[in-house]
Design a binder for this molecule. Sequence first.
Ligand code: ATP
Length: 134
Amino acid sequence: MKTLEVSVVTPDGPVFEGTANMVSAKAKSGELGVMPGHIPLVAPLTISAVRVHQDGRTQYVAVSGGFIEVRPEKVTVLAQSAELASEIEMERAQAAKERAERRLAATSQNDIDHQRAELALRRAVNRIDVASRR
Ligand code: ATP
């Protein structure tokens, strides 16, 4: 079976390098399923899990948005932050979620702090979701 090279990279360095039969990701325009030979594209991602499907197992990587670049034999994800399920500290994510919820309750909707808290909440919920899949 043909495979894809997969790299997930952040400003701090690579988070995942490997091969896969398929990669799925949530682009802002919708769900993306990438198999070897896919047409080239670049798409912005939502705060979500990138799923790397390998023989018999799926690795989940939490990404805080960023971009996916698809080429026929390679998928590169560039994100401000990304964590493998096994690297996520559940207590930290839980604390971030609670902090964000408190900020949301204490600020009004068009406040910049409200918008920041919404993003922080989405990152935390995504990490909790990905960590629960390890
Ligand atoms: P926090 O408020 O806990 O810092 P955050 O969403 O503001 O969360 P980011 O700015 O997205 O954090 O990430 C900062 C760095 O910390 C990145 O390297 C990211 O991978 C890492 N990180 C954030 N939360 C966690 C977590 N729960 N477990 C492991 N690493 C984390």
